[in-house]
Design a protein around this ligand. Structure first.
Ligand SMILES: Nc1ncnc2c1ncn2[C@@H]1O[C@H](COP(=O)(O)OP(=O)(O)OP(=O)(O)O)[C@@H](O)[C@H]1O
Length: 372
């Protein structure tokens, strides 16, 4: 589906109401000149530099707005930039009400809705059906909502307001929990959400303090998420207690140091991924039976352990087998089997590994166990 268009570049009238749980409110811009006058504000310039308007003004963009300071700043900046540089696309605000904080969650939604109405931006919302079991499941629900909304509204991008502060927290948090190089690379600037939609994070290089200063200049209120004050969740403790202590002890430069490390990790990860894909091309053989994966052992034995392990992981991922149950020792075991250092065995996730052939013609076959 191409991006819907109408005279203003917003949604066609027929798209304004599509599902019971979704609402798209299209308001005539009230006091629009005051709202949209490009201010030449440094924050807007920084957002424009990170994500040039030429990349998004001719397509529909969902702006993910929670009601907190970062995402309201992104919404205001993109709205101002869109006004300064009109195109064929439109901004649509997307808010997911997790309904985890009672009246506070309703207040978040009201603030987002009222700002949409003030700026003349369409709003797409949905609410959680039950209480999310974990932060992960809440996030999954939110991204499922973004995916469905982007698909239905023909949005090419979902823009989120992750900042450099979020990135520092994410990288430290993952390292402390035992991330590999990929995890240490942090949140990517872009990621594919669906075949037709990409998540972009134009504020990854900006700080939350810049966003708040911008809102202050605009006289724009924002919401405070009281659950962030609780130290119950490790991530909040890291943000609220550990990081301030680290900064006090080691200076503000620690943030830069963590971000530089994350960038290097991302670069290294990209390089390794490309090399692993090349190695897999050499190793992959016709599977023989449906759902199975057959890999020639020779190229895997000759390559470095790092690349061979990554090639096996890639084959596993491409087969669509779950990675959750695979710990580092399981990947190491598969590698040892491929290299002839260990006998074939059962892997978690109901996959069986066996070795066929001899010498230079050995192949490792991975296949779901019978009856699974
Ligand atoms: N309820 C929400 N509705 C719409 N957008 C949201 C909502 N919550 C978060 N977002 C978007 O996601 C961004 C990051 O939010 P937050 O840091 O809370 O998410 P996270 O779960 O830590 O990260 P991730 O989105 O990578 O999983 C926000 O700045 C905003 O753009």
């Amino acid at each position: 589906m191409g991006p819907p268009e109408n005279a203003m570049g917003w949604l066609p009238a027929g798209n304004q109401r599509t599902q019971e749980t979704h609402t798209v409110l299209s308001h005539p811009p009230r006091d629009s000149e005051a709202c949209f006058e490009p201010t030449g504000d440094p924050f807007e310039r920084a957002v424009a530099e990170a994500w040039p308007a030429a990349e998004w003004r001719d397509v529909n963009v969902l702006v993910a707005v929670s009601g907190g300071g970062d995402s309201l700043a992104l919404m205001r900046a993109l709205a101002s930039l869109a006004r300064a540089r009109p195109g064929k696309g439109g901004l649509i605000v997307a808010h997911f009400n997790h309904a985890l904080r009672g009246e506070e969650s309703q207040g978040d939604q009201r603030l987002v809705a009222s700002l949409c109405s003030q700026l003349g931006l369409p709003l797409e919302t949905d609410s959680a059906q039950g209480e999310a079991r974990s932060e992960e499941s809440a996030r999954d629900e939110r991204y499922a909502f973004f995916r469905a909304a982007a698909d239905r509204l023909g949005a090419r991008f979902v823009a989120t307001a992750h900042t450099a502060d979020d990135q520092v927290e994410t990288v430290l948090f993952r390292l402390l929990r035992g991330a590999g190089l990929g995890g240490a690379a942090g949140t990517p600037r872009c990621r594919v959400l669906s075949p037709s939609c990409t998540v972009v994070r134009p504020m990854l290089g900006l700080q939350g303090a810049d966003a708040l200063a911008y809102l202050k200049r605009l006289g724009q209120d924002h919401r405070h998420d009281s659950s962030n004050d609780s130290r119950h969740f490790t991530r909040n403790w890291l943000r609220g207690e550990l990081l301030p202590q680290i900064r006090e002890r080691m200076g503000e430069g620690v943030d830069e140091a963590v971000l530089r490390f994350a960038e290097q990790a991302a670069e290294a990860q990209l390089f390794i991924a490309a090399e692993a894909a090349r190695l897999l091309e050499l190793a992959q053989m016709p599977a023989g039976s449906p759902g199975a994966v057959r890999l020639a052992c020779e190229p895997l034995s000759e390559a470095s352990a790092l690349l061979a392990r990554e090639a096996i992981k890639l084959a596993w991922r491409r087969a669509g087998w779950p990675e959750g149950a695979m710990a580092a020792r399981h990947w190491a075991e598969l590698l040892a089997i491929a290299r002839g250092d260990s006998a074939a065995s059962d892997m978690p996730g109901a996959i069986h590994a066996l070795v066929e052939g001899r010498g230079g013609r050995r192949a490792m076959v991975l296949a779901p166990k019978r009856g699974q």
